[in-house]
Design a protein around this ligand. Structure first.
Ligand code: KIV
Length: 355
């Protein structure tokens, strides 16, 4: 209100609006001054991480941090922790949907995850995975179409695709040419377990290691801004990182990458149940056992409900005055609801006694 009053008094004191006044207000809006078009609206005071920021970090030798997120709360957590890149990974298929592989997740499902994450993570660069079966067709039309949907309907800033076959490289190039930033993914590419023969580390012999270096170089040539290296020996990751001018993001690839990525549920030790432990890979460090903390809280809640100690007066905040309670008692009796009337009156007494 004070702002509006100041604004209208400024207008009336001038008689008619001046350019100076409007320039002043232009500076106060949320449109970055150095952009030609208004571009995406800045929702929070902290600026969105862009490819320029990542390039700067890479040039300065500062490690890039990336974590997966699949919903609003995980996105908020990443944002608050200052993680650089938030990946809406197809690992959602395993850690959220409970499948054994990343293959079943659909584009529609990934889009729901993307939109939820976009609402929660305002600062990190948002990267959405292209799900299996949505970009492999020999024409690049399918890949570009999927990538466009990830940005347009999912609210992501960039996409990630797996593999390095010639058709995949062409698809990456076509997506970049369509104006969409692409992150590559080599080494263990979980969408290709059918040909890899399972979730197996890659690059363990010269031929396989050299192929990884070559594919990473081809992805860079296609215009990718970064490449994920999954489950390769550390010296192979070091070789790829040294060969490339773009940053490498390692997962199970040792410390010699430009950055690191982990799956949210894995690093938080979310899935402690013996039946679910199979999805926590051995290269992952659990920085907390959130699964144990959650389990303890749920068991405590269950026990308190059974004992009757939850909810107590503190968690029953909606009050009724003594007069209203008496009137209610009488009204219920008039309606012939004697049991309901005594239940209400008993509750008033019990609550008063426990205060
Ligand atoms: O889907 C995913 O979570 C990923 C990471 C493992 C890089 O691709």
């Amino acid at each position: 209100m004070a702002f509006l009053a100041a604004f209208s008094s400024a207008i009336s004191s001038l008689g008619k609006p001046s350019f100076t006044l409007f320039r002043h207000f232009r500076c106060m809006n949320n449109v970055p001054e150095n952009t030609v078009y208004s571009g995406p609206v800045t929702h929070s005071p902290s600026q969105r991480v862009t490819l320029t920021h990542l390039r700067q970090k890479h040039r300065n030798g500062e490690p890039i941090t990336m974590v997966t997120a699949y919903d609003y709360p995980s996105a908020v957590h990443l944002d608050m922790a200052g993680i650089d890149v938030c990946l809406v990974g197809d690992s959602a298929s395993m850690v959220v949907h409970g499948h054994d592989t990343t293959l079943p997740i659909t584009l529609e499902e990934i889009l729901v995850h993307c939109r939820s994450v976009a609402r929660g993570a305002k600062r990190p660069l948002l990267v959405g995975d292209l799900p299996f079966g949505t970009y492999e067709s020999s024409s690049n039309q399918q890949a570009v179409g999927t990538a466009v949907r990830i940005l347009k309907e999912g609210g992501m800033d960039a996409i990630k695709l797996e593999g390095g076959s010639p058709s995949r490289i062409t698809a990456a190039k076509a997506i970049v040419e369509a104006g969409i930033a692409v992150m590559g993914h080599v080494g263990l590419t979980p969408q290709a377990i059918s040909v890899l023969g399972g979730f197996k580390p890659q690059g363990k012999n010269v031929a396989s290691a050299v192929k990884i270096v070559e594919i990473a170089l081809a992805l860079q040539e296609a215009g990718c801004f970064s490449v994920v290296l999954e489950c390769v020996p550390a010296p192979v990751a070091a070789a790829v990182t040294a060969a490339l001018q773009i940053p490498t993001i390692g997962i199970g690839a040792g410390p010699f990458c430009s950055g690191q990525v982990l799956v949210y549920h894995d690093l938080l030790g979310m899935l402690q149940h013996p039946l679910h432990a199979k999805v926590t890979p051995k290269f992952c460090k659990q920085f907390v056992q959130a699964g144990d903390v959650i389990n303890k809280a749920l068991v405590e809640y269950k026990e308190e409900v059974i004992k009757g100690s939850f909810p107590g007066p503190l968690q029953s905040p909606y009050k009724i005055s003594e007069r209203e309670a008496n009137d209610l008692f009488n009204e219920l009796q008039n309606l012939g609801l004697d049991k309901a009337a005594s239940a209400a009156s008993e509750a008033v007494k019990k609550f008063d006694a426990s205060k």
